[in-house]
Design a protein around this ligand. Structure first.
Ligand code: PLP
Length: 377
């Protein structure tokens, strides 16, 4: 039986054209026409003024924090329910994360706990330097509420849209709602450059600075001179060529992932005890990077998430528990958390299902057969 992947790269066929151009013109460096072209493509698609393509999404989060002057001893508010790459750069800066629980509708940052956290920290004389909100699995967070709180307390927002390229919120693209947006083009994301990321913003000075920091912070001089610490975070012209080819099919990929999601939604209508991550109303538009479910063993006759994951694995089908919350990670023991047990419950009972835009009909048949066997009608 062929392996069914959770989310595998899906090439368009035009990537090689851009890569060949890079080879034939000898632009193999971390600069060149593909880098500039990919940045332009992203800006046009997102309707954002500026962007810098980088070596990873993690690098983009790191640079956003540096640009917001996050330094040693500072506090940064961060969604707990996410991949560790959201939180690690806070620690790179010597700052402390403050984790926030999720809410039930989008599974993303809870505005109520966000406000509680800010008020608590202000009372302790510690104003958080930034808020990092995540659009998990492509689902937009409750940005109106979150931005209202951020504006009230004048704290900048970084949107981790690594999983949400192409998702919309009230007609605006995810990644363009806060001060900075972060994208990832890792191999399993909705489009890929094999590895890469981007930082986007309407702030020209900030993105110009990001490019300098990403290129070892070289001063404008004929010799190599440096007045501050820099990083080697730029994207190569080869990877950017893959990105340009992928941009040509992004809209298609979103429709394919959304069609997968609809198939799962229709299928699970027949079963008790399975809840999907769904758009709360028509102002939310998810790219449905991954379709995710929560299993309630009390309603499935005792069948658990692990039973399902194991049964899929036995048939060579990859699925994955939802992200383990940051406040439960050994590496973040003792870090402050504002919330209840909402994302903890998602983690305990949740599963991401195969969602690739190249998923075949035959794979769906195999997946559904397993659920048919395990779940009660
Ligand atoms: C993938 C991902 C990142 C990091 O992106 P890389 O390009 O792998 O560094 C950050 N946040 C979230 C939520 C992600 O899924």
């Amino acid at each position: 039986m062929n392996k069914v992947w959770l989310s595998s790269p899906h090439l368009s066929g035009t990537e090689l054209k851009y890569i060949n151009e890079a080879f034939s013109t000898n632009w193999i460096a971390p600069l060149g026409p593909n880098v500039n072209g990919f940045e332009k493509d992203l800006q046009k698609y997102l309707n954002v003024k500026h962007s810098a393509v980088l070596s990873s999404g993690t690098a983009a989060i790191h640079l956003a924090l540096i640009l917001l002057n996050v330094g040693y001893g500072d506090e940064v508010i961060c969604q707990s329910f996410t991949f560790v790459a959201t939180a690690n750069p806070i620690v790179y800066q010597g700052a402390k994360p403050i984790f926030i629980d999720s809410e039930e509708d989008t599974w993303n940052m809870c505005p109520v706990f966000l406000r509680k956290a800010i008020i608590d920290r202000l009372a302790k004389g510690k104003k958080p330097k930034a808020i990092i909100v995540v659009h998990l699995y492509g689902m937009p967070a409750k940005m109106n509420e979150i931005l209202a709180i951020a504006n009230e307390f004048n704290i900048p927002v970084i949107e981790d849209a690594a999983e949400a390229l192409g998702s919309n919120y009230y007609g605006k693209k995810c990644g363009t709602l806060g001060k900075f947006g972060v994208l990832s083009f890792n191999g399993n994301k909705i489009i890929t450059t094999s590895g890469g990321g981007a930082l986007v913003s309407d702030d020209e000075d900030a993105i110009t600075k990001a490019r300098i920091l990403a290129s070892q912070a070289r001063d404008d001089a004929p010799h190599y001179q440096h007045s501050e610490i820099g990083y080697n975070y730029r994207m190569s012209n080869i990877c950017a060529g893959i990105g340009r080819g992928q941009m040509e099919v992004l809209s298609q990929r979103i429709l394919q992932r959304r069609a997968n999601n609809k198939r799962y939604v229709d299928f699970f209508k027949n079963f008790e005890g399975v809840t999907l991550q769904l758009e709360p109303n028509s102002s939310y538009y998810s790219n449905f990077w991954l379709t995710s479910i929560i299993i309630d063993p009390l309603k499935t006759g005792g069948v658990t998430r692990e039973d399902i994951r194991g049964a899929l694995e036995n048939e060579n089908i990859e699925s994955r528990p939802l992200w383990k919350p940051m406040h439960l990670q050994p590496v973040f023991t003792g870090v402050k958390f504002f919330g209840d047990k909402i994302c903890e419950r998602f983690f305990n009972n949740g599963l991401c299902l195969p969602s690739g835009s190249n998923l075949e009909n035959e794979s769906f048949t195999r997946i559904f057969e397993i659920f048919d066997k395990l779940l009660k009608l």
